[in-house]
Ligand binder design. Structure first.
Ligand code: GLN
Length: 195
């Protein structure tokens, strides 16, 4: 197991819920990452939901953007949810907003429209230890395309909602709201295995 603490990017968004989920999932220590030097302390990083444009802008402003992208490219296990997924994506439909571009997907922001801003539904994953969970979607993005290296681990009406490409994992929904944090537990087990 990685001895380094788990990190949560805590510039904006629902990072507190992720910090709690990581603790519930067995992390012995969680660092709320707000400064460049903290990127060296962590063994994994969750990028929360929130507002992807604001998070990208703050990463830039605090001089963390390039360092974070480098650490991910060097193998830091990272898990982005919702806005976090958008920030990780290589392509964002109709937008030139700042993004890390380390996950070979095309996303559409706020793709489920105003009528169904938020909803929840059972999601069956291909991960045995996670199995079927309550997928909570809040102004969720939609993954329109995945590159050949991207593994799709769950779908909703045919759309990928949980994906993984090497050390980069991402969900369009909000697993931090699930009791027992099964998805975070799985993510930490990947991170501990050096994935
Ligand atoms: N709509 C937000 C964005 O585009 C994502 C929503 C969320 O993270 N709940 O950044």
């Amino acid at each position: 197991m990685s001895m380094r603490p788990a990190g949560v990017l805590a510039l904006q968004g629902d990072y507190e819920a992720h910090a709690k989920a990581l603790l519930a999932a067995g992390a012995s220590r969680v660092i709320e990452v707000r400064r460049l030097d903290q990127l060296d302390e962590i063994g994994s990083l969750v990028i929360p939901g929130g507002e992807s444009t604001v998070m990208g802008m703050l990463l830039d402003r605090f001089g963390m953007f390039d360092a974070l992208r480098n650490r991910i490219e060097q193998g830091l296990p990272v898990f982005g949810t919702c806005a976090g997924l958008i920030l990780l994506a290589r392509r964002i439909e109709g937008s030139d907003q700042t993004r890390l571009g380390v996950l070979d997907v095309t996303v559409r922001r706020n793709a489920y429209g105003r009528q169904v801003d938020s909803f929840h539904t059972d999601i069956t994953t291909d991960i045995p230890e996670v199995s079927t969970i309550d997928g909570i979607f809040i102004r969720a993005p939609r993954i329109l395309e995945t590159g050949p290296g991207v593994q799709v681990l769950a779908r909703y009406h045919g759309d990928p909602v949980l994906v993984r490409e090497g050390n980069v994992t991402a969900a369009t929904f909000h697993p931090e709201l699930l009791p027992g944090a099964p998805v975070h537990r799985w993510f930490l087990s990947l991170a501990g295995a050096g994935a």
